[in-house]
Design a protein around this ligand. Sequence first.
Ligand code: ITT
Length: 207
Amino acid sequence: MKMKLVFASSNAHKLREVKELLTESLSFDFELLSPKDVGFGGDIVENGETFEENSMIKAKTLFRFCGIPTLADDSGLCVDALGGAPGIHSARYAAAPGEGNSPDLENTALLLKNMRGKEIRSARFVCAVSFASEDLSFCVRAACEGEIIDERRGEGGFGYDPVFFVERFKKTLAEVSEEEKNSISHRGQAVRRAAALINAAFGNDKK
Ligand code: ITT
């Protein structure tokens, strides 16, 4: 029987990446459900101060709502020359305070503007993946190092991928394949670590 897992996110790009990563890493068959699939229509207030807190808030909210083991991802871009901004505010960087998420194009435009003339270009994507279930809950965090370039390059990925250059590929994350992105990304590393812990706890039902 397939184990049901909820992914507590409304971001379709994250869902796609996480589904692929779990398919590669989990040792049992699973069905990945969205908040909508389990009838959750509410808004989750992400009022934590860290990626870890916010991802656990999302995982616990959905687990309490439906009782199905739940994974959540809170992630963002931390830019050294901007004191770590946009950080946990990455999804709403270009929005007015109190408003919801702003479009990716507006967020990257604001980032490029704020980075104009800055010599130090180093940055990292950070991802905290939380898991909540009856018997096990945990949070793992991973990061992917890169540099902010001064224009958008590439059509793949989402969010800040077109301005995030990685030395390993000498390309932005929007110019590499999904497999290449997953092999090094913050989300790829965090989900693989989470899957190892879930396999240890639930993996008696091996493929
Ligand atoms: P959920 O909370 O519903 O999961 P969200 O998009 O609001 O969706 P976050 O609050 O975690 O999620 O914000 C993540 C933002 O960080 C995302 O919208 C992008 O702007 C950026 N980001 C995260 N991972 C990224 C990636 O792999 N590539 C590019 N940008 C990324």
